[in-house]
Structures are given as structure tokens and as C-alpha cells.
Write a protein that binds this ligand. Structure first.
Ligand code: PMP
Length: 317
């Protein structure tokens, strides 16, 4: 996971030094989870670093905020510009994790947040690997169910939702697993704690539909596009827990984890117990795309120009 602290963050419309980007202790979001956020990555390419599917992430941030009635006072293009400006200002030149967050800030204790201002920040950190482990993940089916409708908006990426992911992740780690898979309220496979899941059986790739109460992952969408463009067979449908125990391959897909093979589920070895051919194909395609080595998907990348190219950076204090 990201480690070092960046020099600048973008906060409420300006670049500020990290130490000065503080949040009030009575922030509504701190107490009640009333925030929405994103996780984005920038990758090293031959043209410097490029942000992967920046617009789609900012669109999802705005949609999450809209759904939870906490409108963000910036447009999609302003947020994209703020991100590239921040990366340039921090001199990021290697793999980077970007965390935009919009949250209900200063408040009293009332739950009614309508009058509470929305603060928006973007933080960029050097990215290290998300999973320590190389060579495939040992996963368990969590005893916790994935939260979702009708109590919460599963399509929104909201701060408060993540206590569900966190408790499942901690449980998995306590039991010696690398990651958890959560079932939904109907008992079908939903997703990992911070990533979508795919299984492969007899050459067909399966992944749960949005109606399974999952987050509509941008990596998931990228994987589906790459698989279909590559002539692979793919189907979105409900997946039974039992299908996890008899699939040929399984993998996670998410911004932080990329495409990560799963080698066992609840102690049942998946396929041959190592990276399978379909997962390898998808992983290779994906890593070529994010590194800018596949022209067909260059529209998914936003390159970060040197700091001098950004007027706001030159003017920034
Ligand atoms: N599901 C959950 C619960 C997540 O937190 C994430 C990470 N954002 C994903 C799936 C994968 O989404 P993405 O590919 O957009 O990172």
C-alpha cells in the first residue's frame, strides 16, 4: 500500500501543503461516514505517467455524491484538471495512487447534513503493491454479507460503506487468508472487500451483475471490454457459492489490485493452483493497456504533463 506522505494535496480548489490540509474534529463524515471517494491509479508509460480512466472515476465520484445528496461544487473536468495538476506539482513520476474524497465537513451532531458544507480533497501517494503476496491469493468466503440495497446504495462508493469491507478484511487476515469474498443478501457471490471478482469455467468468464449489489468497478468494465475485444466468452450472471469451489480459474479485478489470480477459496484449490491461461491473458492485456502499450485503448489514459504546463501550478503558492 502507499507509504510516503506527498508534499501537496488539492483541497477545496487549491493546492495546499499536506500539513496544512487539516479536517475539523467534528466533521460529519468522521462521525457518520458521510463521504464519497475514489481510488485511481497513474502508471508509468513511455510518455511519463498517465492516469487510468480518470474521467470515469471522477464521473463515479460525482454520481456517488449525487445519489447521497451531497453535491460536489466542481465539475468532472475541474476534478480531472485538479488531479493532473496535483501530480505534476508533486513531481510524481512513478506508479501513483490517487484518492479523491468529498465529505461532509464541519458540523454539530445532527444527522441532517443538508446545510453541512461538502469539502473536496485529492491526495496522491506513491503506489506500492496492495497485496504483499506474489503468485496468487488464498481467499475465504466471509461470514459477513456485502451491504447493499435496500439499506444502502451499493453502486455508490461511500466512506461509511467501508466498515463492511474492513471488518471482512480483518476477519480474513485473522484467519490467515489474503482476502475475503463476500456473498450478497441473497446468498450469491458479490465481490471482494475492495475488488470485483471473476471466475472461469470451461473457457467462459463469469462475473456477478450489478444487481448482485456490487460496486460497478472500472477495472471490471475494462476487463469485460478487453475480454470481449479479445474474442473471449464472458457472461454477467449470479454466481453460486458452490461455483467458486469448482471453477477452473478465479481472479480479482480492481484499481489497487489490478488483475490478481485467486489460487484457493476456503482451502479448495482453484484449478491447477496457480495462474491459469485466461487470467494470464487478461492480466497481460490489462498491464499493456495501463502502461500505454496498446494504442487501441489510449483514450483510457490521461497523460500528466510537466509542472510548467499547468498555469495553476505556476501560480500556486
Ligand atoms: N468493489 C469494491 C467494494 C471496491 O472498493 C472496489 C475498489 N474501488 C472495487 C470493487 C473495484 O472498483 P475499481 O475497479 O473501480 O477500482
Amino acid at each position: 500500500m502507499p507509504t510516503e506522505k506527498p508534499k501537496f494535496v488539492w483541497m477545496n480548489g487549491a493546492l495546499v501543503e499536506s500539513e496544512k490540509a487539516n479536517v475539523p474534529i467534528l466533521s460529519h463524515a468522521l462521525h457518520y461516514g458521510t463521504g464519497v471517494f475514489e481510488g485511481i491509479r497513474a502508471y508509468k508509460t513511455r510518455q511519463g505517467i498517465s492516469v487510468f480512466r480518470l474521467k470515469e472515476h471522477m464521473r463515479r465520484l460525482l454520481d456517488s455524491a449525487h445519489a447521497y445528496m451531497m453535491p460536489i461544487p466542481y465539475t468532472e473536468s475541474e476534478l480531472c484538471e485538479a488531479t493532473t495538476t496535483l501530480l505534476a506539482k508533486n513531481g510524481m513520476n512513478d506508479s501513483t495512487y490517487i484518492r479523491p474524497i468529498a465529505f461532509k465537513a464541519e458540523a454539530g451532531i445532527s444527522l441532517d447534513f443538508r446545510k453541512v458544507p461538502v469539502w473536496v480533497a485529492i491526495v496522491a501517494l506513491p503506489f506500492d503493491k496492495y497485496f504483499e503476496k506474489e503468485g496468487g491469493l488464498n481467499v475465504c468466503v466471509s461470514s459477513w454479507r456485502r451491504i447493499g440495497e435496500p439499506s444502502l446504495l451499493s453502486l455508490a462508493k461511500a466512506s461509511g460503506h467501508y466498515i463492511n469491507s474492513a471488518i471482512a478484511r480483518v476477519e480474513a487476515a485473522e484467519n490467515g487468508y489474503d482476502e475475503a469474498l463476500l456473498l450478497n443478501q441473497r446468498g450469491f457471490v458479490a465481490e471482494g472487500t475492495g475488488e470485483n471478482v471473476f471466475i472461469v469455467k470451461n473457457g467462459v468468464i463469469y462475473t456477478p451483475p450489478l444487481s448482485a449489489g456490487i460496486l460497478e468497478g472500472i477495472t471490471r468494465d475494462s476487463v469485460c471490454t478487453l475480454a470481449l475485444d479479445d474474442g473471449l466468452k464472458l457472461q454477467e450472471r449470479d454466481i453460486l457459492r458452490g461455483e467458486l469451489y469448482r471453477c477452473d480459474e478465479a481472479f480479482f479485478a480492481g484499481t489497487a489490485v489490478g488483475v490478481s489470480p485467486i489460487v484457493s477459496i476456503d482451502k479448495r484449490v482453484v484449478g491447477e493452483g496457480h495462474l491459469g491461461p485466461v487470467t494470464r491473458r487478461i492480466r497481460d492485456l490489462y498491464s499493456k493497456v495501463v502502461s500505454g502499450d496498446d494504442e487501441r485503448y489510449s483514450h483510457w489514459l490521461t497523460s500528466v504533463r510537466p509542472a510548467a504546463a499547468y498555469s495553476k501550478v505556476r501560480g500556486a503558492k
